[in-house]
Design a protein around this ligand. Sequence first.
Ligand SMILES: NC(=O)c1ccc[n+]([C@@H]2O[C@H](COP(=O)([O-])OP(=O)(O)OC[C@H]3O[C@@H](n4cnc5c(N)ncnc54)[C@H](O)[C@@H]3O)[C@@H](O)[C@H]2O)c1
Length: 384
Amino acid sequence: MTGPVRVAVMGLGQRGLQHLKALWTLQEQGAARLTALADAFPSNLEAGKLQNYVPGFRQKGILHTTDFEALLAQEPDALYICIPPNVHSGEVVRAARAGIHLFVEKPMSLYLDEALAMQAAIEGAGVLSTAGFQQRFDGRHEAVYRHLREGRRPLMACYTFHGPLEGHNVKHHQTELEGGPKNRVWTANRSWSGMTVVEGGIHLLDLWRYWFGDVEWVQAHYQHRATEEIQDGADNPYTYSALFGFSGGAVGTMTLSRLRKVYASHMDHQVMWTEGRIEIEGDGVKAYHYDGPYPPERSPEPDAVERSLYEGRGGDDTLAISQAFVQAVSEGRPELIRSPFGDAMNSLAAVLGANVSDELGGARVDVEQLIHAERYAAFRQKPT
Ligand SMILES: NC(=O)c1ccc[n+]([C@@H]2O[C@H](COP(=O)([O-])OP(=O)(O)OC[C@H]3O[C@@H](n4cnc5c(N)ncnc54)[C@H](O)[C@@H]3O)[C@@H](O)[C@H]2O)c1
């Protein structure tokens, strides 16, 4: 392709604005050119609002529309779809059939049948695609990937996140007009978000897939919120425990909570291989492993076995994933994309499988069967 990649964005809410900022940077570098922005609500397209989030943004030459067909008529090379996962209405399929390369935010849908139709359209049209798993481009996570690839066999990942219920971001979709939460915090609501393992946990699960390979099975148990505790549609569970089994034999345990009146959060992320432990923190990655003659005469002190694998916060992964996607489109190089839509289906099915397992009383759910088997057909369907 000659010239900058012509890009459109659908959904200018929290995530779409972050992508707009990255794409504006790529436009200033000459790699991309914005052609159209679409949102369901005109107020989300006002110049002042966009400039607030993207300093220096100028709307001249960019179509602003509430009409998806008008966006398609611009014939962009690539389209970013950044809408809540329960409001898709065939846009991914239509864009793929129009030959447009697709960046689809995670979770690509809350319903496997709908996601499978998207996958079929993307693969049938032969367009490039990525799901929005930017954490694979975080320097800390790349360091873990390299470390494990040096012949180390991963055994287990443990991720804990306890976030205050009130800590959810206020979103931009006007959910109050569509029977959703009046405060626009749709991530706290089950039917909008698919619950927290699907909405937030999918990022961690996808990282584990990057490091360990595909998920084969999942088992989960949630503690559901009591009716009298539900305010303004915030009906997601209190706590989540999920165990994922990977093809190479590793497992991942995810423990999440979203409680009211805590106002403090806690995160811990550990990865074990057969002879060591990796700790991923906000400002870097450390590995703990004894490398001297074995057995040592005396037990080494903890700081003698500590080694830094990465220092820093990991860089701007939102910009990095867009750089890779835009370059892949421009140069026709699919290998630059780390999460093609079809590959990301295993991440999506694994977290949707956690919900199914919880609903079945903690039964083990085989991810391939969840995608294909007749006995799970009802779990794949989008409610009408
Ligand atoms: N990768 C990440 O780190 C990350 C971070 C946040 C959100 N997300 C994902 O991005 C998606 C969007 O989330 P968000 O936080 O931006 O939500 P949001 O509510 O802030 O924004 C969604 C936007 O989409 C618009 N929209 C909805 N339906 C539309 C339609 N039919 N046509 C045009 N515009 C439409 C809304 O008006 C709103 O502006 C979700 O799937 C979410 O999970 C990903």
